[in-house]
Ligand binder design. Structure first.
Ligand code: GAR
Length: 204
């Protein structure tokens, strides 16, 4: 069984979707939710699921922060061999040491069709660019910003009357479906990873 850590910074709606999935599918064991923000609304939700929550408050030094993070991960038996770390609205960049150690074991969700609109405010970027479609991406995390191997994407149409708020809502509905799907593929060993390319066994 894979041990799962979920990292959040705020609302935690993706975390909730993942925890609901884990409770019904039972192919992955959520052991800890980690937040860099004391006020993250998701912390209360995690407690309702009976999952331990740990706060590691933000500090500037990425190496020191990541070391603290790694210590908590290992305490909860989330190792590079048996663990999966899901970033779910975790608004902090992980450094190269940690992402190398946990290569292809850290997933992130981003609210755009990468490589378009990486970084902050992806939905606003899409609206301001005049894109006709956007969506969300689940990818493995490498040392870059939103650059790791893409696992799954889902698309939404941008209508003339959409703004970044309505677009974010549409995308979020897709996110809640996509993250459990990606975790399921990972846990059932359906992902074949070859450098930047992730292939899915029996994917149609
Ligand atoms: C989600 O839309 C997620 O894609 C985004 O933050 C939101 C978190 O919502 N992540 C990023 O922008 C990362 N670059 P949630 O806390 O309700 O899951």
């Amino acid at each position: 069984m894979i041990n799962l850590a979920i990292l959040i910074s705020g609302r935690g709606s993706n975390m909730k979707a993942i925890l609901n999935f884990a409770a019904t599918k039972k192919i992955i064991t959520p052991t800890v939710v980690i937040s860099n923000n004391y006020d993250a609304a998701g912390i209360k939700i995690a407690s309702k699921f009976g999952i331990d929550t740990i706060i590691i408050p933000n500090i500037k030094d990425r190496r020191i922060y990541d070391k603290k993070l790694e210590k908590v991960l290992l305490k909860y038996n989330i190792t590079p061999k048996n663990g999966l770390i899901c970033l779910a609205g975790f608004m902090r960049i992980l450094g190269a040491d940690l992402t190398k150690k946990y290569k292809n074991r850290i997933m992130n969700i981003h609210p755009s069709l990468l490589p378009a609109f990486a970084g902050l405010n992806a939905q606003k970027q899409a609206i301001e660019y005049g894109a006709k479609y956007s969506g969300c991406t689940i990818h493995f995390v490498d040392a870059g910003i939103d650059t790791g191997p893409i696992i799954l994407q889902a698309m939404v149409k941008i209508k003339d009357n959409d703004n970044h708020i309505s677009l974010a809502k549409k995308i979020l509905r897709k996110e809640h479906q996509l993250y459990p799907k990606a975790i399921n593929l990972f846990a059932t060993k359906k992902l074949i990873i070859d450098g930047k390319i992730v292939k899915i066994i029996n994917h149609v």
